[in-house]
Design a protein around this ligand. Structure first.
Ligand code: ZN
Length: 318
């Protein structure tokens, strides 16, 4: 019996505000992609090294719309780093960049629209085709999967994806109010929604009955490992883990977060040592199929959550 793990890394950069973007761009690239800190780099190259040292597969959901402002070269640089490491690139999209493009995509849009669901179906088709084209021009091979920025997708997004030949979506997240793909009952395993295979972000109920996404900064190592094992026992077929290209850094992105780095490294080591029970797959893997059966949200015990609360307090105090 095994449970496949989909490690997903949302790869994106931000200029920490929307003023003087061009002056802040190089700094943004260093921080959000390379994870540059006074004690070394903890971004993309670090994540790729840890994944590969442990023989793990991962999917990098790369945000390409920033290239409409800053050009293709930095996007090609990002795609190249990931592909050279043998990992896969899929499509992520933050529509906050739309009104910052050098040549406007939609001349009428001059304000921030935070989610793809803020756009009409026809506009979403344009956005998705444009961003997929950008990734292709930057060297990405055929795309298979999509994740909306902030998980802010709706049913129009799924329809629009069908026009691109992207047949997998990973924007469904019951812990994100921005996600407007409302399914009743909620899903926990891959399921066909219209023509698209929806692969939900794994969300569990923690030891104090709060909803937690399976995200490196949101969970203790014990919570991550407990949920993995619960999912295996509950006969889940797969589970989705989230992190970001700059998630190993502290909130203000000025230094590394030692606790988060240690957690990520140990989690990868755990998967590596238990690869028979917990193989890692990407969205190209042919066995990523709809899962039949009834599944319920997983619940974690109290102790792993208490450990996380102590760790979070230490992060805030450090
Ligand atoms: Zn994102």
């Amino acid at each position: 019996m095994s449970l496949s793990v989909l490690i997903t890394i949302d790869t994106e950069l931000w200029c920490d505000g929307w003023k003087n973007l061009d002056a802040h761009f190089l700094d943004a690239l260093k921080k959000y992609i390379y994870g540059k800190t006074p004690s070394g780099e903890y971004g993309l190259p670090f994540l790729l090294r840890v994944l590969n040292d442990n023989g793990l597969k991962a999917t990098f959901f790369v945000e390409p719309l920033f290239a409409l402002r800053f050009g293709l070269d930095p996007l090609a640089e990002i795609v190249g780093i990931i592909l050279d490491a043998g990992q896969s690139v899929e499509l992520h999209l933050h529509t906050e960049w739309v009104d910052e493009a050098k040549s406007p995509l939609f001349p009428g849009v001059i304000e921030k629209r935070q989610h793809i669901s803020c756009f009409s179906y026809e506009e979403q088709v344009v956005l998705l085709h444009k961003s997929a084209d950008l990734l292709g021009l930057a060297g990405a091979p055929r795309l298979h999967a999509f994740r909306a920025g902030n998980f802010g997708a709706n049913f129009d997004t799924l329809r629009a994806l069908s026009t691109l030949d992207i047949c997998i979506d990973s924007s469904y997240n019951t812990n994100q109010p921005a996600c407007e793909i409302n399914l009743s009952p909620p899903i926990h395993q891959a399921k066909m929604v219209n023509d698209i295979l929806e692969v939900p972000m794994t969300v569990f109920s923690d030891g104090i009955r709060r909803q937690r996404p399976m995200q490196i900064t949101a969970c203790s190592l014990d919570e991550l490992i407990t949920i993995l094992n619960y999912a295996l026992r509950a006969r889940w077929r797969h589970l989705v883990l989230l992190t970001h290209s700059a998630e190993m850094l502290n909130e203000s992105k000025t230094r590394k977060s030692s606790i988060v780095v240690r957690r990520f490294v140990r989690f990868c080591e755990y998967l590596s040592h238990n690869s028979g029970r917990f193989p890692t797959i990407d969205f190209r893997y042919p066995s990523l199929q709809p899962v039949e059966g009834e599944f319920f949200q997983l619940r974690c015990g109290v102790l792993p959550t208490l450990i996380r609360l102590v760790e979070q307090a230490r992060v805030r105090l450090s």
